[in-house]
Design a protein around this ligand. Structure first.
Ligand code: GCU
Length: 384
């Protein structure tokens, strides 16, 4: 094949800089085919590398979705209010309904559209953890800064991920997975994080039908566990034009092979239901993973991606997240974009965001704060 050259990149400085364990295996080359050939064109990567990488992530970490858009999927506006946020926005409450072989399910989302918009609005889809309230304080626990988004000219829609699939070890029966899984669930069944991303894709199904929305410019954003889900959502669904992960840590942006921050052993012990049943097999065996999280970021290429960390959030290791951003960058470069254009992490409080991957290291603890959002919005202004 013309577009592929055979170069074995042993010694590629992929694991320099974090190789505290001399035994660490190199992170897989995100440009390599199954036989170790390095692709040199976007077309070859898209055809030969992307599908296999996606399969590895499904199989190993997030599980395989048994359904995309259900046959009887419906999205109905059950309430409209043109006077939301003191008249700045029109809100629409949307009710999603669907059924699978094992029953019926659904969830709600709250969409806000700026009343000042003169054209269809680019939109942020927010994976939220409670019933979304656009007037709630936006400074705690990754809450939704709806008014700020509207003021900046964006539409935004949030939904409570717990309505799609409850975030509890015993939540299975009440979530979407129980409706569609074969029973008993397969060995590579989807976990809760994938179900949340599936929910965001169903929200996008609706957005594509709303003339007030610019559905070609829709971002998906999440904090922490929802940051993991947002990344996976963007990997599975290429309709999302911009993906934002805040403090997503293990199984999010963090390169597992750095062995910094939360381990696979810890996360699968506490939150096994988030993942494919195969993931715990890699507990204590990060080096044996067939893929690593930089390839998850690469699955978002060439679309804009923003990854943020916080200095006091070592459990979601800033070092491991930055390593992934750097190692995903060759795929962005293949598409003629720059990813992260620096080999050193920005100092606390600074951002590196001149490329198509942005990275920001906030000073402070694990959280998603208004300061983080300003970075995501500035990046969107330039890239969407
Ligand atoms: C736990 C979990 C993390 C997760 C975090 C969160 O700490 O171990 O992986 O990111 O919760 O969602 O806040």
């Amino acid at each position: 094949m013309k577009s592929v050259v055979k170069i074995f990149r042993l010694g590629f400085p992929i694991y320099l800089g974090f190789a505290s364990a001399a035994s660490a295996s190199p992170a897989p080359d995100p440009l390599a085919t199954i036989s170790g050939e390095i692709v040199t064109t976007p077309a070859a990567w898209t055809k030969e590398v992307r599908p296999r990488t996606l399969e590895h992530f499904r199989e190993t970490i997030y599980g395989v979705r048994p359904v995309d858009k259900p046959a009887d999927f419906s999205a109905k506006i059950i309430r409209t209010d043109r006077a939301t946020l003191g008249g700045k926005a029109t809100s629409k409450e949307i009710e999603f309904r669907y059924s699978g072989p094992h029953g019926k399910g659904g969830f709600h989302a709250l969409l806000l559209i700026p009343n000042a918009a003169k054209a269809p609005s680019p939109t942020f889809v927010v994976l939220h953890f409670t019933k979304p309230d656009p007037t709630a304080a936006a400074s705690v626990n990754g809450a939704w800064p709806a008014e700020r988004l509207i003021d900046r000219g964006y539409a935004t829609v949030a939904f409570d991920v717990n309505e799609v699939d409850p975030d509890r070890p015993d939540g299975y029966a009440a979530g979407v997975r129980a409706l569609f899984d074969s029973q008993p669930p397969p060995a590579d069944a989807w976990g809760t994080l994938s179900a949340w991303g599936w929910g965001a894709s169903r929200v996008l199904d609706y957005l594509e039908t709303d003339p007030a929305i610019d559905a070609k410019h829709v971002a998906v954003v999440g904090h922490s566990r929802r940051g993991k889900a947002a990344l996976w959502c963007g990997a599975e669904d290429q309709r999302f034009a911009y993906v934002i992960s805040n403090d997503s840590g293990c199984a999010g942006a963090d390169l597992a092979r750095t062995k910094k921050g939360e381990s696979i052993a810890n996360i699968t012990k506490r939150f096994g239901y988030w993942f494919s049943p195969n993931y715990p097999k890699f507990a204590g065996r990060e080096d044996a993973l067939p893929i690593d999280q930089h390839q998850l970021l690469a699955l978002i290429a060439p679309r804009p991606l923003y990854v943020a960390s916080a200095t006091r959030d070592l459990y979601a290791s800033p070092e491991a997240a930055f390593a992934s951003c750097r190692l995903a960058s060759p795929v962005y470069q293949l598409f003629g974009k720059s990813g992260i254009d620096s080999s050193t992490q920005p100092p606390p409080g600074a951002a590196i965001d001149s490329g198509t991957i942005g990275y920001f290291l906030r000073i402070g603890p694990h959280d998603m704060l208004p300061a983080d959002w300003e970075h995501y919005l500035n990046f969107a202004d330039k890239r969407l």
